[in-house]
Design a protein around this ligand. Sequence first.
Ligand SMILES: Nc1ncnc2c1ncn2[C@@H]1O[C@H](COP(=O)(O)OP(=O)(O)OP(=O)(O)O)[C@@H](O)[C@H]1O
Ligand SMILES: [Mg+2]
Length: 348
Amino acid sequence: MLKRLEELFGVDLGTCNTIIYQQKKGIVLSEPSVVAIQTDTGEIKAFGKEAYDMIGRTPANVEVIYPLKDGVIANFDMTLAMLKYFIGKIKRGYQWFRSFQVLISVPCGITNVQKRAVEEMILHKGARRSITIEEPLAAAMGAGLPVAEPIGSMVLDIGGGTSQVAIISLGGIVVSESVRRGGMSIDQDIIEYVKKTYNMAIGERTAEEIKKNVAAVVMPVKEVKMDIRGRDLMQGLPRTISISSQEIYEIMDDFVKSILECIRLAMEKCPPELAGDVMEQGILLCGGGALLEGLDKRLQQDIGVPVHLAEHPMECIAQGTGKMLNFNGAIIIDRSEKIVTEDRESVL
Ligand SMILES: Nc1ncnc2c1ncn2[C@@H]1O[C@H](COP(=O)(O)OP(=O)(O)OP(=O)(O)O)[C@@H](O)[C@H]1O
Ligand SMILES: [Mg+2]
């Protein structure tokens, strides 16, 4: 039998991070989804990690942009250029003529027209085939939930730009809900808080550091402090202050409430049998926002359902696409919209 000379990639194209899985190799790329552009000429200066390092440190004529916003593609041209760069980076050293297929995850709830646009974008890059898969389904597969069984599994993915809840059974999404809040909205809440309380401006990256180091959504057992630098808004001069876990804890309620509301809305739409399964099996928590200190405990306390933090929360979706790719051969979508192999074997 001829050995298939085709490369298969699974892509998690997120608002904050793009993760690419290559069949038989695992995760081969994980970079921030950002592009640095020279505003006067429109020339692209950098992508990914290199562009991320420029955030908050650019001269007036360079801007760092996120081509995705709230989980969806906001700037198609920039997203295409970024993906082209990432795929090119992985394929460096490979023969360019080798054909490849891409399985790319998209938020649930996007329209068929939007899905088609994402697929076209990949085909434009030279892929032989491009298929979209809904993110929560990929995340559930990545975490090893029994997605194909007649059992309700609930996934809560807290990303950078959006948070999604989905209940999955028999290989499909039964109900889903999303809210345009995620890690980045917490950063904005922190920036606002520091501005109001200390009259000090801080950058997005400092806010993200505060979130990762001192933010918690359960009352901190031990107070942690962090020194942060910014610009005094009265005097215009650099200034350092010390911020504590306690004050950040107090501003996190709003975020937690929107996540709880999202879960509630999904539960409300869920058929009772499946709701029973979720009560028993619990909720799988994934996405970078899942790493927020104490989030699993807090949600469990507030909704009374077990909440399990995924082993590698940020990689679940990419791992899920990988599981599908490793399913013995090429992937296609059949007429009933199921993802199957070329031998019509169901992937789920
Ligand atoms: N240890 C941590 N504590 C809190 N937040 C974290 C931590 N590590 C990463 N994050 C946050 O997770 C977010 C990125 O998560 P992820 O990569 O899942 O998002 P994404 O998939 O790019 O976005 P989306 O799914 O919304 O399109 C960022 O806002 C980042 O600050
Ligand atoms: Mg994501």
